[in-house]
Design a protein around this ligand. Structure first.
Ligand SMILES: *[C@@H]1O[C@H](CO)[C@@H](O)[C@H](O)[C@H]1NC(C)=O
Ligand SMILES: *[C@@H]1O[C@H](CO)[C@@H](O)[C@H](O)[C@H]1NC(C)=O
Ligand SMILES: *[C@@H]1O[C@H](CO)[C@@H](O)[C@H](O)[C@H]1NC(C)=O
Length: 418
């Protein structure tokens, strides 16, 4: 190397070293999402998805949210995804439900004897040099307080510890909550450490939250990991191959290349969810109406897809009118359209027409083999006004949530290449 070129390299290195850690604009934090189980049990997926729909609808205050069933452990088989990350110094590795439908990040803390799920790893604040309790005066605690989710003791003394109780549940089923105190910690995502992430140190919880150590809220609210990382956007690509994990990228740049479609996020005042407008649905040659002013929510934590009425019944009629040469069999667990597959069956195409972009689905996104001889339509009738694009329908798409621009983009992708 010549003197001049080494000077140039040195100049460049010193220039790079003086740059501030501007991760908010440039850095991508890489994490992974993993499905709990290799094959989806469609019975459990239906039960779990229905309960989740009820919870989300209740939180949105939707009318006729449907009645909750008895407390259901969503521990396995339902098709949920866990995110793997580390917290603390030195890092303690955990996995927790990756949830675009809620905001709070929480993990089981310490012994946590009265915590669900049982058997999963806990985070130990006493083993970390970077842990601190968040005081009531912190911005995150104030956000929780404004939603009546935190209490700061009777005195509300400055510096008092922020205690929270975050309910996921329904009024008819109070057994669905997590509670503890708010803390601040260094999170490690892939090879990057980020300091000062506020999270709930859970000392008591009930209900089913997957089989991991807690929950990572990826919603649009201030408490979520996305908002706390200040990255403005994130994306994931759920692989249909259950043996591999799916990439989850915080700070991901715009999708590029062929087939990228975008649609605006709407209903922004309901702060948590990612809602878009579904204008219409094509099933084979039939085109039926979308979900109207309530839109449809993209949710990582719901397995099946739900359509509110009348969109559901009209789409179902479109499907049935084009499957008369198939042998229909009665379905169970809310699956209304099921066919014999033993002789081979070809299903009509299905395209979701969003405001500004079309999602032309693969058959695997909307038909599932409930057993060796029967496949069912993985779209169910919503008991409320809420409609959800579940995670099976999102598989093999790279989906990017841009919070800054309020846009959702998607692109058919081999997720192993992301
Ligand atoms: C699926 O889950 C249901 C309900 O938990 C259970 O009864 C059934 O045996 C499961 N099916 C398979 C194939 O594991
Ligand atoms: C497959 O599932 C269908 C629908 O639930 C059911 O009617 C049928 O008995 C099942 N067949 C077998 C072989 O399990
Ligand atoms: C049934 O009809 C559709 C079109 O209407 C066709 O594509 C398909 O090959 C037919 N047969 C079977 C077994 O699906």
């Amino acid at each position: 190397m010549t003197t001049r070129s080494s000077m140039l390299v040195l100049t460049m290195i010193s220039f790079l070293l003086t740059l501030p850690p501007a991760y908010s604009q440039h850095q991508v934090f890489r994490a992974t999402m993993t499905r709990h189980e290799p094959t989806i049990n469609f019975t459990r997926a239906a039960h779990r998805s229905r309960e989740r729909l009820s919870i989300l609808a209740t939180r949105l205050g939707a009318a006729s949210a449907g009645s909750a069933q008895s407390p259901l452990q969503m521990d396995s088989g339902g098709g949920a995804y866990d995110m793997t990350f580390s917290m603390g110094t030195p890092p303690q590795t955990l996995s927790a439900l990756a949830d675009t439908g809620s905001d709070l990040i929480w993990a089981k803390c310490g012994a946590c004897k009265r915590c669900a799920p049982r058997g999963s790893a806990s985070y130990y604040p006493t083993k970390s040099s970077s842990f601190s309790k968040l005081p009531c005066s912190s911005a995150l605690c104030r956000t929780l307080e404004s939603q009546s989710l935190a209490t700061c003791g009777g005195t509300r003394a400055r510096g008092a510890v922020c205690s929270y109780r975050y309910s996921y549940g329904l009024s008819s089923n109070p057994h669905h909550y997590t509670q503890g105190y708010m803390g601040s910690e260094t999170f490690t995502l892939g090879s990057d450490a980020v300091q000062g992430i506020g999270f709930g140190c859970t000392t008591m919880s009930e209900g089913g939250y997957g089989s991991g150590s807690g929950l990572v809220g990826l919603g649009r609210g201030k408490l979520s990991l996305v908002r706390q990382l200040k990255v403005g956007a994130f994306s994931y690509c759920l692989t249909s191959d259950p043996s591999t994990s799916s990439p989850l990228l915080f700070g991901a740049g715009a999708l590029t290349g062929p087939g990228v479609q975008s649609t605006p996020l709407v209903n922004l005042k309901t702060s948590t969810f990612y809602t878009v407008n579904l204008d219409s649905i094509s099933i084979g040659a039939a085109k039926t109406p979308g979900t109207g002013r309530h839109g449809i929510i993209f949710d990582s934590g719901t397995t099946l897809t739900f359509l509110a009425e009348p969109a559901y019944t009209l789409a179902e009629a479109g499907l049935l009118s084009q499957t008369t040469n198939l042998t229909r069999v009665p379905g169970t667990d809310g699956y209304e359209v099921c066919f014999q597959t033993s002789g081979g069956a070809v299903f009509p195409s299905m395209v979701l027409h969003f405001d500004g972009g079309d999602m032309a689905l693969k058959t695997e996104n909307y038909f599932g083999a409930v057993n060796d001889s029967v496949s069912c339509w993985l779209v169910q009738k919503s008991p409320s006004e809420m409609s959800i694009v579940g995670n099976i329908m999102q598989m093999d798409y790279h989906i990017r949530y841009d919070l800054d621009k309020s846009v959702l983009s998607f692109q058919p992708t081999n997720c192993d290449s992301v």
